[in-house]
Design a protein around this ligand. Structure first.
Ligand code: M6R
Length: 359
């Protein structure tokens, strides 16, 4: 039930710190070892490339999973849209391993690919929130997201749960492979910081509500921009906003704007930038100035270590590759409040179903 919450979406955004802590407890033992099926880890060790297959928000969690797994476990990862991959399968590596990300475990586009990879005898893992779901039953291995039922059509806690499980799994694989760098990143500590960080953001929801009002009122379109990991977060931020508020929102690689899309910027167009990577922060800030000079209204979501006077939303600093765990949360809240201000039912946007069981 929603309890005292007006909508499931807000409840589910608020649950994220608890979900992260639950996943750490579930998959990391007290002594720092990991609670994964050793057969799963063996199968992953044998693979020469991982293919993540998913749709929508789960696809976006896969895009973030790629640099996480590549950095921590040192194995190449490809991320594929299920609806495309089923019909346009690229040349695969010699020993592929397939990871299906799906909150519901019922997405037909993903299932269609799983049927095909099963036919070809490739090993597979499903990361899902629903035990005994179709994708879970048909894959070799399952890891549960333990996020509790996600009722709102807009996926929120499943996204952060998927990134969390990808992170822990990457670390377990790094340790199993005996990588010298396996413990460079204290994953448990980082996930603890992320949980606390999300908590501070959801505790400041009144400020974000105010910002949503100032920033998205009376607009038909909006942009989220970022580079690298912040670009992947921007794609999810834009999907969340458009899906529930019907504002036409685009997530964009900040440096690509000037190659065409900047012509859409008019007086008052909202452009939100996500800035958590110190390598590219000054470049993205430059892009913000470019759009500002063309009349855009801008909003900066910046990690603490890179914050400057005038940045509106400051988020806790994490290892860069994990930053979407926190950077996405203000964008979920912005989408939520922009929708309420427009008077729409945020839990049930038009034309959408919670799980998409047709191809
Ligand atoms: O259940 P799944 O994770 O497989 O669903 C995939 C997409 O349909 C889903 O993420 C969709 O994009 C959400 N409505 C986004 O909020």
């Amino acid at each position: 039930s929603k309890g005292t919450y007006p909508y499931y979406m807000l409840k589910e955004i608020d649950e994220q710190p608890a979900v992260l802590r639950r996943l750490v407890q579930e998959y990391i033992n007290e002594d720092g070892t990991f609670n994964f099926d050793p057969k799963l880890i063996d199968a992953l060790k044998e693979a020469d490339r991982l293919y993540i297959v998913a749709a929508g928000t789960s696809y976006h969690a896969g895009l973030v999973g790629k640099p996480i797994i590549e950095q921590i476990a040192q194995i190449p990862v490809e991320v594929e849209l299920a609806s495309e991959f089923g019909y346009h399968m690229p040349l695969l590596s010699k020993k592929p391993f397939f990871i299906y990300l799906s909150q519901s475990g019922e997405t037909a586009d993903s299932r269609q690919v799983l049927v095909e990879t099963n036919k070809r005898g490739f090993p597979s893992l499903t990361l899902t929130n629903v035990e005994a779901s179709t994708l879970s039953r048909e894959a070799d291995f399952t890891l549960l997201l333990k996020a509790g039922p996600e009722i709102a059509v807009a996926s929120t806690k499943a996204y952060t749960a998927q990134i969390t499980v990808e992170t822990i799994l990457a670390q377990a694989l790094a340790v199993a492979k005996g990588l010298p760098s396996a413990n460079d990143l204290d994953v448990k500590h980082q996930l603890g910081l992320a949980a606390n960080g999300i908590q501070t953001i959801v505790d400041s929801k009144d400020d974000i509500e105010q910002l949503a009002h100032e920033f998205f009122a009376n607009t038909r379109n909006a942009f989220y921009i970022g580079r690298g990991i912040d670009y992947w977060a921007s794609l999810e931020a834009a999907l969340k906003l458009k899906e529930v508020s019907y504002i036409q929102a685009e997530g964009f690689a900040a440096g690509e704007l000037k190659h065409g899309t900047i012509s859409l910027i008019e007086e008052g167009t909202p452009v939100a930038a996500i800035i958590t990577d110190k390598e590219t922060a000054s470049h993205t800030r430059g892009n913000v100035q470019e759009v500002q000079a063309r009349g855009a209204k801008t909003l900066k979501i910046v990690s603490e270590d890179l914050a400057q006077a005038g940045d509106q939303i400051i988020i806790p600093t994490l290892e860069t590759v994990l930053s979407p765990l926190v950077s996405i949360v203000p964008t979920q809240l912005l989408a939520y409040y922009a929708t309420l201000q427009r008077g729409y039912n945020v839990d049930q946007p038009r034309n959408l179903a919670k799980s998409v069981t047709v191809e």
